[in-house]
Design a protein around this ligand. Structure first.
Ligand code: NAD
Length: 280
């Protein structure tokens, strides 16, 4: 068996074009503010890509790029201003923040209705009780969208998620439960990991370990979603050993060009949702 590729890049582009058309017909522009502290090169490239994608979709997007030595109080003050500004619909803070800044404190300062990353406890809670007002964090939302392009219904499917982070593993578990999957979350302390991953109809790797998932960890015909972004000798790769697993799975996302582009598309969708909710 050679797996079919789930082409996140093309799917994300189509989604962004769709928002673009809807936004053009609004007559107003949803407005996203992105805060980046410090000089992490990957974060800067990532945030510039977000800004470019937002503008292409007809939104306004400001990148507040602050120096490394910015204090926690200064970031909180900027968030206060953005929270109060009626013309701003979405606020996101690029992680990781420099070590002298408490990330949780910063995230929790964003008004939940402008929290387009879906990282505040309020949005995580709304998601876990399946409340449609939840702004769902972009990477899990993108993964669900990709799964729905290849499976009409996810009901009863066994999804195994490798990773329990607050930004990927946990919200994804809630989202897949809300979509009637049977969900297992595995992590660094899990025993007999491959025995569990082999049971997955849907296997999602979000552990940040290059090419960790091998063919003999995967059930024949599974759908494999690779969230990882790693580099080996400068070359991008995921958490799945693609060359092995492509011969075992029925569907697989590539890295690059799989989950990554969907994260940006769903961030724009979340900004558009925040805009619509602000007008409701
Ligand atoms: P994280 O480091 O916060 O969490 C990793 C999780 O994986 C932890 O819960 C840990 O328990 C688990 N884990 C680590 N090593 C493991 C092992 N050997 N066996 C079992 N479990 C293990 O990472 P994160 O922020 O959730 O990101 C995960 C990966 O996804 C990273 O490569 C990150 O760059 C990538 N990522 C990609 C996107 C995207 O848009 N494509 C978005 C977010 C994160």
């Amino acid at each position: 068996m050679v797996a079919n590729l789930i082409k996140g890049k093309e799917i994300a582009l189509a989604l962004r074009e769709k928002f673009g058309q809807e936004i053009m017909s609004l007559g107003h522009k949803p407005h996203l503010a992105v805060i980046l502290v410090g000089n992490d090169e990957a974060s800067l490239i990532y945030d510039r890509n977000k800004q470019k994608a937002a503008i292409e979709a007809g939104m306004d997007c400001d990148l507040h790029h602050l120096p490394e030595e910015t204090t926690e109080a200064e970031v909180l003050a900027l968030i206060d201003n953005l929270n109060e500004d009626k013309n701003i619909h979405g606020v996101m803070v690029q992680l990781p923040l420099p070590k002298h800044i408490d990330s949780r404190k910063i995230i929790e300062h964003i008004k939940p209705e402008k929290d387009v990353d879906g990282f505040t406890p309020q949005n995580a809670g709304l998601l876990s009780v399946k409340d449609e007002r939840a702004i769902v964090s972009a990477t899990p939302a993108g993964i669900l969208y990709l799964l729905k392009t290849v499976h009409k219904s996810l009901a009863g499917m066994h999804a195994v998620i490798i990773g329990r982070s607050n930004i990927v593993g946990k919200p994804l578990a809630a989202l897949l439960l809300n979509n009637d999957c049977t969900v297992t979350v595995v992590h660094t302390k899990t025993r007999n990991l491959p025995e569990i991953t082999k049971q997955a109809d849907i296997l999602i790797a979000a552990c940040g370990k290059a090419k960790m998932v091998k063919a003999d960890w995967v059930k024949e015909g599974a759908t494999v979603i690779d969230v990882g972004i790693n580099r080996i000798n400068g070359k991008l790769c995921g958490d799945v050993d693609f060359d092995e697993v492509v011969n075992k799975a029925a569907y697989i996302t590539p890295v690059p060009g799989g989950v990554g582009p969907m994260t940006i598309a769903m961030l724009l969708e979340n900004t558009y949702q925040a805009y619509r909710q602000s007008k409701a």
